[in-house]
Every structure is written in structure tokens, then in C-alpha cells.
Design a protein. Structure first.
Length: 549
């Protein structure tokens, strides 16, 4: 136990803090030997399930610490945070029941253990809204060169690889022979060798693709009680007129440049898209104070306006269409919307001067309690937090037709590989994510969220842009490299307000992951799983015989 405890602690430190946004170096160590140190320490421990559960539980308490933010979520989020960490800890505890009892570990058992973990991680996608956050394979994506094999096997392929490489590292620890070193080293280096040639090949092809898309990404940086009126915090509330005025002023910073696409964040403004709540004359005055004389008459028609008692009122959609017309640029903006009794967390695509061509995408992955009610008996509990209305799930992916076919994802959806892949299969050549991470202020959530977005770009060979209320507003190329992020000179990004202008190379390429999705790594995992089950059965039989004798 004296030998195992230091390794136990060291492995915990490496894996808990081994995430791309915390430390790319620790992320690399986590993916190649961090888990191995834990398994080595486990050989001298009798209570393996308990040890594995507690080790991974405390790792999740670090990596999911952003979730423990009751400021806007209420105290119940602490129970969600602890409950999720315990659940993930128990899942890893189950894995330790199949982990090796003593070294060396036969290769079939290594493959079986990696397969079991991959299947367990994938299964999380099908519980309630799905839990796509924080797969262990994310640790391997700290450097773009090592992440390129996502084009073949996706994020779950990296989870398989991380567990396998760490198990091979256990063998190397106990048997530092040339054979075990070559096996571990070859497996470790292969994704990087692949990534080097992959990136060089596509960089050459990319250099011949010269037509960029000029994009303005708006970050409003408003906390929930600034954007939406709460009685208890009314002093912080920013009028929707002022919110729209600020957005136009941010865009004016880019007005001297060509703009093809403007993107505003998720739920960018209060009120639904077509709720006519703004006085037309007041809106016109704001536009004219910024732009000078402006002709709004082309947009003064239904469904953008409504006449009430001889006065014209306009909607958020009116603002968006006018902005699209003025800058001669497409506009993507996150706004709520409703159809009869159904409310949607939506994103809209406006095309300049085509007022009858507005298209809407409805968010498909809704968060339990915050956006939809998974169980009716929770309704009185949620009502205590003032939540009485919920959203309806969207049904399908959509591709918006414009200068560049684009697929929109809203916030957490960006973490689901199979959902983003659907847009690519439908012909999207650009991924657009609109996000609002302000519900968890001053946390690591925005950076962890951004790391997931980079992998979606790599998996499908498609550039991705993100516009956040608070978060990492950025552009990413089709190889997962960051083009630019919206931040201050000191690197601060969360409270910065304005617009990020960038020219985006629209080079895209087909990937095997787009073709087969997670089916490849799942097929491989299910093929490897029987080897683990057979060895486990033999182990239990041997223990039973020993007990009888």
C-alpha cells in the first residue's frame, strides 16, 4: 500500500488536470500513462471497485467543477454535479472489475477493456438528454496534430485508444523489454505520424482554395439578469432596445470591411422571434442615429410587424432582417420561437433582401429541468425557480442555403458527434454554433465547450464558427486549428463585448467518420468485447475452484 498510494495520487493529479484547456502537456500524459499509473497502484489494493469508483469520482469533481455554480441555477445544481460525478465514478468502478489482477496484461484483455469503456461512454448518449461531455478521449486532443484521426474514428475512437495505450504502458512498467517498448511506442506515436501527413496533405490542397467567407461574430456578454428582467435583480437589466443598439454598434466596427455572414449567439435577445414588442419609431431612431437615413419600408410587413392602435410594433426578426439588408450579409441569430402550444429554442437564418426566405432550426438536445421536464412529478419543484414553460425538442438537422451551405447547432448540441455529422451528410460546408455559457459564469465551461467544437470540425473536415453570449467566440478551420478568438490583449474573453471579424477559408474534405460515424469504433469494440468476457468468466471460475478447495 505504501507503493500504491503515491501512484494513486500522482495518477489522479495527471488525469484530473489532464484536459486540453487546463494543460496540453498533462493532457498528453493523461492519454498515454496517467491511467496506467492508477492501474499499477491497483495491483496492491483489494477493494478494487471502491478504489476505481473513488479515483474517477474525484477526477470528475475537478473536471466538472464548472457545474457547481448555483448563482443562476439554484442550489439543486450542486446535487446534479455530485450525482453526475458519482455516476461516472461508478461506471469506472465497474471497469476496474474487469481490469487486470496482475501483470503482464494479455493484448486480448487490453482490447476488451478498451472496448468495454468505449461502449459505456457511448451508452451515455442515450440517457435523458444524453451526456456527451468529457469522454476520456478528449485528453488526446490537446494538440491538433494528434487529433486528426478523429476523421476516421471520432472522439470515441480516441477513448478506445487512450485506454488501450495506458494498458500497454502498464506492461511496459513491469517489463521494459524492447518488444513491450515498441508495442507501446508504436501505438502511442501512430496518431501523431498520421496527423503530420494528414495536415501537410490538406494544407497543400487548402492553399489552392482561395475564396474566403468574411464573417462577423458578435459577443454580447450579458449575464442572465442583464438580458432578461428578474424582479429581484431589476437594477442590472439592460433594455432590449439598448441590447440591439449595442449589437449594431459592435457590427459598425466591421462596417468598413466586406461581411458575408453575421452570427449572433443563442437566445441573443429576450422575447420570441416574432413577438412585436418594439415601437417602430423608436427602432427607426436607433438605426438612423447610427447609420443615418435608412429605408425600413421593405421590412414593414407581416410577419415582422404588427399594427396596434394606430402604432406599428416590430419584432426581433425585424431587427435581424434590417441588419441583413443593411450590411448585405446573411444573419444567423439564436431566438426563441413558438408554433401554437410548442415553444422552441431556435436559431434563424436571414438572407439579405429576401424577406420570405427566413429559415428556422429548432434545438434538438434540451437540458433536463432547464429546458424540458423529463418527469412530470418535478413540475412543482421547478416552479419554485420560476420555470413554468419548457421547450419542445426539434426533430431534425437542417442545412441553410446561402453563399455557403451551413448547419447550425445550439449550445450543448455541439458536443454530440452524431448530430453534427447529420448536417455534413446533408451537404453543409460550414458548421455554425450559437452558444450561451453565461449560466455558469467565471468557470472552465466555455473553454471545455470550445474543445468539443474543435473535434467536430476535425471529424467532418468542415470549418466551424462560434458566436457566444459569454464563451469562446472563435473560428476554427477544417483541421481543428483556431483561426482567431475574441479576447482582450490580456487574453480575457468572457466579459469582452464586440464583434470578431475573420476571413474563413472554406476548404472542406470528406472524412471516413462522416461516412460511417460511430459505427466503426462500435463494431470494433463489440468484436473485442467477447475476449474480455471470456477471460472474466475464466477468472471467476478459478476463484470459485480455489474457494471450494
Amino acid at each position: 500500500m505504501k507503493v500504491s498510494f503515491p501512484l494513486f495520487v500522482l495518477s489522479w493529479l495527471i488525469v484530473a488536470f489532464g484536459q486540453p484547456q487546463m494543460s496540453p502537456l498533462l493532457s498528453f500524459l493523461s492519454s498515454t500513462c496517467g491511467f496506467a499509473l492508477f492501474w499499477i497502484s491497483l495491483f496492491t489494493v483489494k477493494k478494487r471497485f471502491l478504489s476505481g469508483t473513488l479515483w474517477f469520482l474525484f477526477i470528475q469533481l475537478v473536471q466538472l467543477s464548472w457545474l457547481a455554480s448555483p448563482t443562476y441555477q439554484g442550489i439543486y445544481i450542486i446535487f446534479v454535479y455530485v450525482g453526475l460525478s458519482i455516476g461516472l465514478g461508478l461506471q469506472f468502478g465497474v471497469l476496474t472489475l474487469f481490469s487486470p489482477q496482475k501483470p503482464p496484461i494479455p493484448l486480448p484483455q487490453c482490447l476488451g477493456i478498451a472496448a468495454l469503456w468505449t461502449i459505456m461512454e457511448w451508452s451515455r448518449l442515450h440517457i435523458l438528454c444524453g451526456f456527451a461531455w468529457n469522454p476520456v478521449g478528449l485528453a488526446h486532443t490537446g494538440y491538433p496534430i494528434g487529433a486528426q484521426m478523429a476523421t476516421i474514428w471520432g472522439i470515441f475512437g480516441f477513448s478506445f485508444w487512450v485506454i488501450l495505450v495506458n494498458l500497454l504502458a502498464v506492461n511496459l512498467f513491469f517489463d521494459p523489454s524492447k518488444k513491450t517498448l515498441c508495442t507501446w511506442g508504436g501505438m502511442l506515436s501512430f496518431p501523431y505520424i498520421f496527423g503530420l501527413f494528414h495536415m501537410q496533405y490538406h494544407d497543400i490542397k487548402k492553399s489552392y482554395f482561395s475564396e474566403p467567407l468574411h464573417v462577423a461574430l458578435v459577443q454580447t456578454s450579458l449575464l442572465p439578469d442583464q438580458k432578461v428582467y428578474f424582479h429581484q435583480n431589476g437594477a442590472y437589466y439592460v433594455s432590449p432596445y439598448q441590447q440591439w443598439k449595442n449589437i449594431v454598434l459592435y457590427l459598425e466596427q466591421c462596417a468598413s470591411k466586406k461581411i458575408d455572414l453575421i452570427v449572433l449567439p443563442e437566445a441573443a435577445l429576450p422575447y420570441s422571434a416574432y413577438a412585436t414588442v418594439y415601437k417602430h419609431n423608436s427602432v427607426k431612431n436607433i438605426f438612423e442615429n447610427i447609420w443615418g437615413t435608412v429605408d425600413l419600408s421593405p421590412v414593414l410587413a407581416e410577419p415582422f410587424i404588427e399594427k396596434k392602435e394606430e402604432e406599428i410594433y416590430v419584432s426581433n426578426a425585424f431587427w435581424a432582417q434590417v441588419i441583413a439588408n443593411h450590411y448585405d450579409a446573411e444573419v444567423v441569430v439564436g431566438l426563441d420561437d413558438c408554433d401554437g402550444d410548442h415553444n422552441y429554442n431556435s436559431a434563424f437564418h436571414f438572407i439579405p433582401h429576401k424577406h420570405d426566405s427566413v429559415t428556422r432550426y429548432e434545438k434538438r438536445v434540451l437540458l433536463p429541468l432547464a429546458e424540458y421536464l423529463p418527469f412530470s412529478f418535478l413540475k412543482p419543484f421547478i416552479a419554485r425557480y420560476g420555470i413554468t414553460q419548457f421547450f419542445t425538442h426539434g426533430k431534425r438537422a437542417k442545412v441553410m442555403k446561402g453563399k455557403c451551405p451551413l448547419s447550425i447547432s445550439i449550445c450543448y448540441e455541439e458536443c454530440f458527434s452524431h448530430l453534427m455529422r447529420e448536417g455534413r451528410l446533408m451537404g453543409a460546408k460550414l458548421f455554425v454554433n450559437v452558444t450561451n455559457d453565461a449560466w455558469y459564469p467565471s468557470s472552465r465551461l466555455p473553454q471545455q465547450h470550445f474543445d468539443h467544437g474543435r473535434i467536430r470540425a476535425i471529424e467532418n473536415g468542415v470549418p466551424l464558427i462560434r458566436a457566444c453570449n459569454t464563451g469562446v467566440t472563435a473560428g476554427i478551420d477544417s483541421l481543428g486549428r483556431t483561426i482567431d478568438t475574441f479576447q482582450s490583449a490580456k487574453g480575457n474573453f468572457e466579459q469582452e463585448r464586440g464583434a470578431l471579424y475573420l476571413s474563413l477559408n472554406l476548404y472542406v474534405f470528406p472524412t471516413l467518420y462522416t461516412i460511417w460515424g460511430d459505427r466503426f469504433i462500435l463494431f470494433l469494440s463489440f468484436c473485442c468485447l467477447p475476449t474480455l468476457m471470456k477471460r472474466r468468466k475464466n477468472f471467476l471460475a478459478e476463484n470459485a475452484r480455489s474457494a471450494l478447495t
